[in-house]
Structure formats: structure tokens, C-alpha cells
Ligand binder design. Structure first.
Ligand SMILES: Cc1cc2nc3c(=O)[nH]c(=O)nc-3n(C[C@H](O)[C@H](O)[C@H](O)COP(=O)(O)O)c2cc1C
Length: 189
């Protein structure tokens, strides 16, 4: 796999391979969804599930989840690699990403995608603004697993795209990184 998919080519982080999610959010009647991979559990307390999610403040999906304080994590299955360009290349500012999809709703009314490995509805409880990205910590308020499916991972998702789509995804990674430099906060201590 080329270094174009890695945040930091040549580093230990290029050895990692994250699961691919679609984060959905809703504010009023407006829905949005975006691909995200920087997501992890944030507690060992089994009956208080909590996650940390890193989201760009430039994304339309972010504008909805920041206002509503809620989002849904849809864990894509390895058969859903075709959703990568729709949810990862384009913005809901320009396209209705759910136009051709039979979706359901979580208890709080956010979109739940079909055919995934499962979903978790989350309520934001804390956040750390890094300028270019915001780290959200959120409690899981409802969830469902669909057994028998394997999670999609980033490297395989890129490898399964056409060369043209892969090149566009890699180019967006580069241009988003260049864009984000000016927003990034400096911290001294
Ligand atoms: C493989 C992959 C992983 C991504 N991971 C994240 C992520 O963890 N956080 C994030 O904010 N954006 C991530 N993105 C970028 C967004 O999905 C992308 O900017 C999207 O077009 C935003 O759509 P929106 O404007 O409709 O919210 C990722 C994109 C891809 C292709």
C-alpha cells in the first residue's frame, strides 16, 4: 500500500490499520454522514461504554453533531468498501448521501445505515479543541451488533477502490492536511 493513505508515512503509525466507520449526525431536519477512522474505546467500565472520536471542524457532519451533541457510529463491514467515496470524498454540503439508501433511525432519530457490523448511538460528554481537529468523548446510549460480518479496515478499503478513486482519496488526504495546518493550535507547557 502506498504511503498516500498514511497520516505519517514511515512512522510506527503507518503500521496501524483502523476500522472504517460512517459517523452520522442530525440537527433539526438535516442529516449528514462522513467516513471516520480515528475512533477508539475510552473506558474499561463495561456498563458505562464511552468512546473517543477525532473529527475535523471543517466537515459538515461536524456542524450537526457539535450543535446536537449526539452522533451514531456505523461500523462498516468489509463488503461496504464502495461507500468510501460517497462518505469520504464528498461533503453533505453538496450531495444527499442517503438519497439511494434504505436507512433506519436510532432512538434519538439519527440515521442508522443498513448492512453494517453494527452501530452505537453516542452523546457527547467532553471535548478537546485542537484547532484542526476536535477530540470528542461520548457515552454510548444505545447500540446493536449484527453478527457474522467482518469490519472493514482502512488499508483494504483503499486497495479495493479503482485507481482513479484511490488517487482522489489520497489527494484529499494531502489537501486536507495542508488546509488544516493553519487551524492547528500550538500548546506550550
Ligand atoms: C479512510 C478515511 C478516513 C477518514 N477519517 C476521518 C476521521 O477520522 N475524522 C474526520 O473528521 N474525517 C475523516 N475523514 C474525512 C471525511 O470523511 C471527509 O472529509 C468527508 O468528505 C466529510 O464529509 P461531510 O462534509 O459531509 O461531513 C476520513 C476519510 C477517509 C476516506
Amino acid at each position: 500500500m502506498s504511503g498516500g493513505t498514511d497520516a505519517y508515512p514511515g512512522s510506527i503509525f503507518s503500521l496501524t490499520d483502523h476500522e472504517v466507520y460512517v459517523v452520522t449526525a442530525r440537527d433539526g431536519e438535516r442529516d449528514s454522514g462522513q467516513i471516520a477512522t480515528w475512533i477508539m474505546p475510552a473506558t474499561l467500565v463495561p456498563d458505562r461504554p464511552r468512546v473517543a472520536v477525532v473529527i475535523s471542524s471543517q466537515n459538515f457532519t461536524h456542524s450537526l453533531l457539535a450543535v446536537s451533541g449526539r452522533f451514531v457510529l456505523n461500523l462498516l463491514s468489509d463488503e461496504q468498501h464502495a461507500l468510501l467515496p460517497l462518505f469520504g470524498l464528498y461533503s453533505s454540503r453538496e450531495v444527499d448521501k442517503f438519497a439511494d439508501m434504505q436507512v433506519q433511525r436510532s432512538p434519538e432519530g439519527m440515521i442508522v445505515l443498513p448492512d453494517t457490523c453494527g452501530w452505537a448511538e453516542c452523546r457527547i460528554v467532553s471535548q478537546l479543541d485542537l484547532g484542526d481537529r476536535i477530540i470528542y468523548v461520548a457515552d454510548v446510549t444505545a447500540q446493536e451488533i449484527f453478527p457474522g460480518r467482518r469490519p472493514l479496515r482502512k488499508k483494504e478499503a483503499f486497495a479495493l477502490q479503482t485507481p482513479e478513486v484511490r488517487a482522489r482519496l489520497e489527494e484529499k488526504h494531502r489537501t486536507d492536511g495542508a488546509r488544516d495546518r493553519v487551524f492547528m493550535k500550538q500548546f506550550t507547557r
